[in-house]
Design a protein around this ligand. Structure first.
Ligand SMILES: Cc1cc2nc3c(=O)[nH]c(=O)nc-3n(C[C@H](O)[C@H](O)[C@H](O)COP(=O)(O)OP(=O)(O)OC[C@H]3O[C@@H](n4cnc5c(N)ncnc54)[C@H](O)[C@@H]3O)c2cc1C
Length: 446
């Protein structure tokens, strides 16, 4: 039987940093990472296979990241965990012993329980290379693509499908707006305008109640009776934690149907087994309440805590802030922490500061894009609760800065005095730097 000090199950956004983190913190310990797929994909890159990248092979994470960090890779499926013997069994019949075990078994795409969901050419965001190859071939020959769900996955699939294919793309979203669970309404409306301009049809406040066709999909029926033609349907309706292995090992599953963990990322049931990423239960940074937010960035942060805590308890998980960004065409959108709507729902009396300016200076510099920053503060103590951004490609890093400010409990006053570096070809001008201006306006309004 093979044996390692630390065994990590799963080789994606959580498994890789957990294994590498363990090697860095405990160089004397041996680490084995087991994953079931031949090649692991960048999960967030999935939509880009259908447009920008053009093939699943271009979305592969190189295994060199493991060999360079002296982590042993074992390919195969783990079918059982024997907690008493401290060993895992593989479908091949092999067993691997561990001192500490890390579960990063991730999530599986949700399939809507509607008639016809099992028909041919109905796809989900499945992180499997062969599946995605077949999906790409099918989309390449498609005329009418219907995407169920206008969250960031649905929107990204829609934009990418439209990019390289001469096909009709329709998003059907049950809520009043696309991206509504991630962004405040004004950003959703802006995103919808960009989607429409790019030729994507939006059916909002609409629900797909059945998928039509014989063996292959030929259309969808909405709850109002309207039928849409479709030769491909993509469901982008969320993901559920993959906890079958944990359940079988009698590890406690929490109310969000993810593996119950403490603030040190140890499973509640077994101190020698840790869990992180989409398969592990999450807490909100703001309220401490259980959360269902699943992001690669959260998986990575949790995995680093696991890597550090495996043999010595070092770090506490303070909960997920939820930092998200996306891009439709050339227009990026992002959010960190609570949206204004979510903050109000949590009972905060909020003050909002907004500032829009070009992200280069002067605004005539090549590549300049108008970028709007909206910051949400608590009126009572000035704490930064969240921020939304729309604009150029810098949006992705602006939401990351907002997240850092939230994580360090900065107030509107402190953000307004934040010292940034600026450059004409790289950033907004120091005079109109959106974050500090938005914070200054909020201070004035408190
Ligand atoms: C289309 C799409 C776009 C996304 N875009 C973003 C984005 O832009 N930003 C962002 O932050 N997040 C994004 N996400 C979310 C992000 O992909 C997930 O949060 C992230 O993949 C979670 O990583 P994980 O390692 O926990 O799980 P997963 O990525 O699901 O990986 C689980 C791993 O465990 C392995 N495994 C499972 N069971 C076994 C077993 N029994 N034996 C061996 N191996 C096993 C799997 O094979 C896999 O390697 C996106 C998700 C999708 C689907």
């Amino acid at each position: 039987m093979k044996q390692a000090d630390a065994v990590v199950i799963g080789g994606s956004a959580a498994g890789l940093p957990a294994a590498i983190g363990c090697r860095r913190r405990y160089p004397q310990k041996s680490v084995i990472l087991i994953r079931q797929e031949e090649q692991v994909l960048v999960p967030c890159g999935l939509p880009y296979i259908f447009g920008t990248l053009g093939s699943p092979e271009k979305d592969v994470v190189p295994d060199a990241i493991l060999t360079n960090n002296n982590v042993e890779l074992v390919k195969g499926e783990v079918v059982e965990i024997d907690r008493e013997k401290k060993a895992v069994s593989m479908s091949s019949g092999d067993t691997i012993g561990y001192d500490k075990l890390v579960l990063t078994t991730g999530s599986l795409p949700v399939v809507l329980p509607i008639p016809g969901a099992d028909k041919g050419n109905v796809f989900t965001a499945n992180k499997d290379l062969i599946y995605l190859k077949n999906m790409l071939d099918t989309i390449n020959g498609a005329r009418d693509v219907v995407i169920i769900g206008g969250g960031f996955i649905g929107v990204e699939f829609a934009d990418e499908c439209k990019k390289n294919h001469d096909c009709n793309v329709t998003i059907v979203e049950v809520l009043p707006h696309c991206l509504q669970l991630a962004l405040d309404e004004e950003f959703c409306v802006e995103a919808e305008k960009v989607l429409t301009e790019r030729g994507i049809k939006l059916l909002l406040n609409s629900k797909v109640e059945a998928i039509l066709g014989d063996k292959q999909v030929s259309g969808v029926r909405l709850s109002g009776g309207q039928e849409l033609k479709a030769d491909v349907v993509i469901m982008g309706v969320g993901a559920r934690p993959n906890v079958e292995l944990a359940k079988k090992a009698e590890l406690e599953i929490g109310p969000t149907k993810a593996i119950a963990v403490d603030r040190y990322m140890r499973t509640i049931t077994d101190v020698n087994i840790f869990a992180c990423g989409d398969c592990a239960e999450k807490y909100s940074f703001f309220s401490g309440k259980l959360s269902r937010t699943m992001l690669a960035s959260i998986a990575g942060a949790e995995a680093r805590i696991v890597g550090a805590n495996l043999f010595n308890t070092r770090y506490r998980n303070h909960g997920e802030i939820g930092v998200f960004s996306t891009i439709i065409g050339e227009q990026a959108f992002g959010c960190a922490g609570l949206t204004e709507a979510a903050a109000r729902q949590e009972g905060f009396d909020v003050v909002v500061g907004e500032s829009t300016a070009p992200d280069r200076h002067p605004g005539g510099m090549p590549g300049a894009a108008n970028t709007k920053v909206k910051l949400v503060f608590s009126r009572d103590n000035g704490l930064l609760l969240g921020g939304g951004v729309s604009g150029g490609k810098g949006t992705g890093e602006i939401v990351n800065i907002i997240s850092a400010c939230i994580q360090h409990w900065m107030t509107a006053y402190e953000v307004s005095l934040f010292q940034m570096g600026t450059h004409p070809a790289l950033t907004a001008s120091p005079i109109v730097y959106q974050m500090v201006n938005a914070a200054e306006l909020a201070v004035k309004a408190m």
